[in-house]
Design a protein around this ligand. Sequence first.
Ligand SMILES: C[S@@+](CC[C@H](N)C(=O)[O-])C[C@H]1O[C@@H](n2cnc3c(N)ncnc32)[C@H](O)[C@@H]1O
Length: 285
Amino acid sequence: MRGQSFMDAILHGIAPSNEQVAAYLNAFHHRMPGITSEIMLGLRTTDGRTSYDVVADCIAASQPSSILDIGCGDGELLAAMHSRCPGAALTGIDLSAEELTLAAARFDQRKADLRLAPATALPFADGAFAAVAAHLVFMLIPQVGDALREVHRVLAASGTFAFLLPRPPKQPTNLTALLEKLTRKLAIRYPDFTPFAIGDRALFERFGIADLLVRAGFTTLPRFEDFEVHATLDGESLWRAISGRYVLGSLDEELTAELRAIVLSTASSGAFDYSESLRLVAIVR
Ligand SMILES: C[S@@+](CC[C@H](N)C(=O)[O-])C[C@H]1O[C@@H](n2cnc3c(N)ncnc32)[C@H](O)[C@@H]1O
């Protein structure tokens, strides 16, 4: 029935409510905890780094004494930051209990402070952290202005905030062509479906990001680093990467089987050049 869940809403071209988005993300990460790092660790920059390395290198440049990871998931970014800043006190928050369980297993010995909390209401004092980081999270938050204000509040003076976002590629890629093909297939059953961005579309443009940061209280200019991460994938790995995406990984069995067949035939040569366009945003408070 229309509008009853996030998937019902978007398949019928209706904007989901913030509550539907939160419930959907929670159910998705309950079903597939650790999926983001599983996919992203297989993708590399031209100089061989993962996207976690790119964020962690940026944070490590100031050797902060304390770091908060927002939407820390299974703790992959926390681990990358720990290896570069072993003395830093680590804190992670996430909305998914299953993701936090994976992170807790990883940090058993090292005692990272991991908490179930929303990015829009951080349970920390003003100025509590020397650095704040996030990897592929802010594009998922409908009330991103509230979340950015919270970052500004908990970040100490001169502290660095570094966060990674997806970015529309400058040129069409194999992946965008494949996603268009899958969208056309979806539109046969759901003619009103249009690809939907969960969070605030302003985050797709540098001006939009800069504007949101000013509104959140930041007074310095952000630094942007645009880059790609790549891998050559066989059919099954490509399907894992596609079915690990929001929306495409949440369809009924019949549609899932149809999309899987398209993906496997697209990679039938066994070598699909997969690339994601990403943007690191870094700003000092
Ligand atoms: C794409 S995953 C990224 C996980 C991890 N940062 C990584 O890259 O491996 C997004 C994560 O953000 C969390 N998340 C989404 N919305 C959130 C919110 N409003 N507050 C806190 N966490 C949120 C999800 O539960 C999920 O773990």
